[in-house]
Design a protein around this ligand. Structure first.
Ligand code: ZN
Length: 246
């Protein structure tokens, strides 16, 4: 089975449609999204429809998704994120609130586990940025591979039995084929707001047969979404950062 994994979408339809078009050439059998469909971006309803209805993604809840529906206190967010959460609340349809409220913190599928932050504290939405957090999360992992988001920075962590150090594969487009007895955590990067100083949208492909996992990048029309962000009255900073990938 070939699994297509979407990271933090953040209501950026320019990035999402470009990514989905590229992924449709990859023979995807099963679609997954690691949370934060909404927040920051100007088209939350359209992003919800594409992820949940059209692609029928298996999804876990992100911190922005949770805050928008009142399951997480917006005080935990910086002022730009808070303004975007308020804006998103005012623009979603009733059915979107119902859909977001139903998203689980963790999804344990036969072939993978999904969590937005970490498996050792999913409700706190911690970041996986180093081997330290990856190791803690891997301790709670019962499937061969997990997919996480939240940091918007791609990386693959591989734990081999009997080997003390975790292997970390980083860079804009990390990829590997891992051994059968390894445990793997993939931080899939972000579709709609990359933060690794590479503004291109990220997406991930995993083949359960070959155990090949790859994060790929694709350019999209950043100016178009920046224009929509400004016209929507969202903070300018949320438009500016997209061009820098921060
Ligand atoms: Zn996010």
């Amino acid at each position: 089975m070939r699994i297509g994994i979407l990271g933090d979408v953040h209501a950026n339809m320019e990035a999402l449609t470009q990514v989905v078009e590229a992924m449709r050439t990859e023979s995807i059998d099963h679609w997954v999204q690691v949370g934060d469909i909404v927040g920051y971006g100007p088209e939350p309803c359209e992003a919800m429809d594409l992820v949940l209805q059209e692609l029928q993604c298996t999804v876990c809840v992100g911190n922005h998704d949770a805050a928008v529906v009142g399951l997480l206190d917006p005080e935990y967010f910086n002022s730009y994120a808070r303004q975007a959460i308020e804006w998103t609340r005012a623009h979603l349809r009733p059915q979107d609130f119902a859909s977001l409220k139903q998203l689980p913190l963790v999804v344990e599928h036969a072939d993978y586990t999904l969590v937005h932050g970490t498996l050792h504290m999913p409700e706190l939405f911690g970041y996986v940025l180093t081997q330290v957090e990856a190791r803690e999360s891997l301790r709670q992992q019962r499937t061969r591979i997990s997919f996480v988001g939240h940091s918007h920075v791609p990386a693959i962590y591989i734990e081999r039995p009997g080997v003390n150090e975790l292997e970390m594969i980083s860079g804009a487009e990390p990829q590997t084929t891992f051994p059968e007895d390894a445990s793997v955590l993939v931080n899939v990067g972000s579709v709609g707001q990359p933060r690794d100083e590479d503004p291109r949208a990220a997406y991930c492909i995993y083949d359960t047969q070959t155990r090949a996992v790859a994060i790929k990048r694709i350019s999209y029309d950043i100016a178009a979404v920046q224009d929509k962000i400004r016209k929507a009255g969202l903070p300018d900073m949320l438009a500016d950062r997209l061009a820098l990938g921060v």
